[in-house]
Design a protein around this ligand. Structure first.
Ligand code: NAD
Length: 305
């Protein structure tokens, strides 16, 4: 049974304070275990190929996490490494090769591209749209984004790939039985990768969604009226105590390295202290993004979840 039923048990109505931290690690483990079970039952073979260009250390770390999660759920992982001397046409040609390879059921291009000669934003977009929509593990092909926009593919009725972070956020909401129907959700950030797809998915599940971006005035007042805030602005500690009330749930997508080397998010410690529940950084949206990607890859191989 879906967690998005007509009358779900609402997290906002009866929340146990001992669970103030919404662990993405726990929710991701659950999702990866489900994928593993379904793959075993269906005896399907799923794979995930990642194209990495250059050797950006952050990308290398994300790829290691994706490899670990894929292997945990029984999805075969392939790392396709291109040198930083690669140009636009060489990367495009690798994508076309993978499109035509029957053994490759799902793949993605790890961003940002670490190339010696800069590749323009428009060229990156062209590369993403060269990936076959039927193998688009990250859900960034314009055709898949259109399916999402039209409500053809949603978190509860997945028919085509959904951007991994947005899908992961929806699976976390589902895991913690956070009811969305009739709730006010504010999404801070409207990127193609995170903010916009998340806002659309929340809306499809019955939330009333407001999107804030860098030109929005009085973000604090808009957030203060929200039941749920998803913050993906890439601005350290943007969400302060004045943005939240004691019933607010915060889903923090931002990742920043503090001076002491530890990670923190877009929500300030004061906001986290005051709110009802939040996803931690690290260990919140990060593992869910990886699990969302593995879910797309498994489904693209035909597995039903
Ligand atoms: P982006 O830079 O593409 O988009 C940022 C968005 O935030 C823009 O729409 C911008 O208008 C808005 N914004 C910026 N400053 C703002 C402000 N002061 N007030 C309101 N809106 C503002 O970034 P992105 O790719 O969407 O990523 C956002 C953050 O999430 C980054 O910190 C990124 O590292 C992180 N991220 C984390 C994960 C994860 O798995 N945890 C995944 C993807 C991105």
């Amino acid at each position: 049974m879906s967690s998005f039923d007509e009358k779900p048990k609402s997290l906002l109505d009866d929340w146990c304070m001992s669970e103030k931290t919404l662990s993405g690690r726990t929710a991701a483990d659950g999702l990866l275990a489900t994928i593993s079970n379904r793959l075993n039952e269906s005896k399907s073979e799923a794979s995930l190929t990642i194209i990495q260009v250059g050797s950006d250390p952050a990308s290398a770390s994300y790829i290691r996490q994706k490899k670990k999660a894929s292997e945990k759920s029984g999805v075969r992982f392939v790392h396709c490494h291109l040198p930083s001397s690669s140009n636009f046409l060489e990367i495009k040609s690798k994508i076309e090769e993978l499109n035509g390879d029957q053994k490759v059921t799902a793949f993605m291009l790890q961003l940002p591209l670490d190339t010696e000669k800069a590749i323009s934003k428009q060229e990156v977009s062209t590369l993403l749209n060269t990936i076959s929509p039927k193998k688009d593990a990250d859900g960034l092909h314009v055709e898949n984004q259109g399916q999402l926009m039209a409500g053809e593919s949603t978190a509860t009725n997945w028919t085509s790939p959904i951007p991994a972070t947005a899908l992961g956020i929806m699976r976390l909401i589902e895991h913690y039985k956070i009811s969305l129907k009739g709730k006010n959700a504010v999404v801070v950030g409207r990127s193609r990768l995170v903010g916009l797809p998340t806002a659309i998915l929340l809306s499809h599940e019955g939330a009333t969604v407001t999107i804030c971006h860098r030109h929005t005035k009085k973000v604090n007042e808009i957030c203060a009226r929200a039941d749920l805030i998803v913050v993906a602005a890439g601005q350290k500690h943007l969400i302060k105590a004045e943005h939240v009330h004691s019933n607010t749930i915060i889903i923090d997508v931002g990742i920043h390295v503090k001076e002491d080397g530890k990670l923190t998010g877009d929500a300030s410690p004061e906001a986290l202290e005051k709110c009802k529940a939040y996803t931690p950084v690290p260990g919140g949206v990060g593992p869910m993004t990886v699990a969302g990607l593995v879910e797309n890859a498994a489904r693209l191989s035909g597995v039903k979840l």
